[in-house]
Design a protein around this ligand. Structure first.
Ligand code: NAP
Length: 293
């Protein structure tokens, strides 16, 4: 089997289950900062389509990204591929209130050139949470969104949310999670596990910044990568999706980055790999404030 078919095959089988029973591959695609530079648009569209072709069907965007430019680019990329895409967008907190949210959602749908979102997220806490839940439920009833969730919610926020009428219908919480930011493992991740609500991990590559440099240089990560015949950053991504209840949404533009990211689903980290990784990026031993970008 060639490399691309092996990746496709793996991603099809490496899935998590949403509370409503929908199965999704544990790797999707981020789009923050896409669509903002005309010279990069063609590569970004091709990249997203390559990812879709490999099975990274979850595409994450937001009305905030480039003031709608990311949604417009995604709309172009998924033209003719809507049914194979699991489309996620996010609403600003100041739009997530009565009288404003329906219009915000319609704006996203228009830019994305679709008539429904698979998942609509509150981008971060703000406004009136009870109204947000009511509006999410109204949008669901009208068929404009199929599910809803939240982003950047810490454990206390989740506890408050599920006490609200309809709050139990929250599908996911999208939060920052990567090797260098493990705070959610202390209480949020266990809480979500117990509630049967998956985590969507954003910036799983640490935005390609200092984490990437540290990883590439660290001899332990380097050796684990050598053993698996992959690159250090792929080890970081494979680590993020090592359980079956975290879905990561790396953003890649270049063809090779997208293939490498999808390929991370084929890496099975051993217990000894995990132990070695823990020795350099330790698990949290106390409550940490939620990391947010
Ligand atoms: P990220 O996915 O952690 O990192 C993206 C960076 O890594 C880009 O510079 C990318 O370069 C580079 N990269 C990707 N694959 C690579 C590879 N295989 N090897 C080397 N470099 C690679 O950062 P992110 O974009 O912040 O996070 C991912 C997505 O999460 C966002 O795009 C967005 O959809 C979502 N997000 C949500 C929130 C929220 O508040 N809910 C916040 C932040 C992000 P190229 O582009 O050149 O390939």
């Amino acid at each position: 089997m060639n490399r691309l078919n092996r990746i496709k095959d793996n991603l099809q089988n490496k899935t998590l289950t949403l509370p409503d029973g929908t199965n999704l591959p544990v790797l999707g695609q981020g789009t923050w900062k896409m669509g903002e530079h005309p010279g990069k648009k063609a590569a970004e569209i091709k990249g997203l389509q390559t990812g879709l072709d490999l099975g990274m069907k979850v595409i994450d965007t937001a009305e905030m990204y480039g003031d709608g430019l990311s949604e417009r680019l995604v709309g172009e990329a998924i033209k003719g591929h809507r049914e194979e895409t699991f489309l996620v967008s996010k609403v600003y907190p100041h739009h997530a209130i009565s009288g404003k949210m329906q219009q915000a959602c319609e704006g996203s749908l228009k830019r994305l050139k679709t008539d429904y979102l698979d998942l609509y997220l509150l981008h971060w806490r703000g406004g009136n949470l009870r109204e947000t839940v009511e509006e999410m439920e109204n949008l669901k009833s009208s068929g404009k969104i199929l599910r809803w969730g939240v982003s950047n919610f810490d454990t206390v926020d989740m506890q408050e949310l599920i006490r609200l009428k309809g709050g139990q219908n929250c599908t996911v919480n999208q939060v920052l999670y990567h090797l260098g930011s493990r705070g959610i493992e202390y209480d949020l991740l266990p809480w979500q596990r117990a509630a049967g609500m998956p985590i969507m991990a954003y910036s799983p590559l640490g935005q390609g910044g200092s984490l990437m440099n540290m990883l590439t240089k660290h001899p332990i990560i380097h050796d684990i990568a050598l053993k698996h015949h992959v690159k250090p950053l792929q080890i970081a991504l494979a680590w993020t999706i090592r359980t079956d209840d975290v879905l990561a949404i790396p953003k890649g533009t270049s063809y090779e980055h997208i293939i490498e990211n999808a390929e991370a689903s084929t890496i099975e980290l051993s217990e000894s790999d995990i132990r070695q990784i823990n020795s350099i990026f330790p698990e949290p031993t106390k409550k940490m404030p939620l990391d947010i970008i």
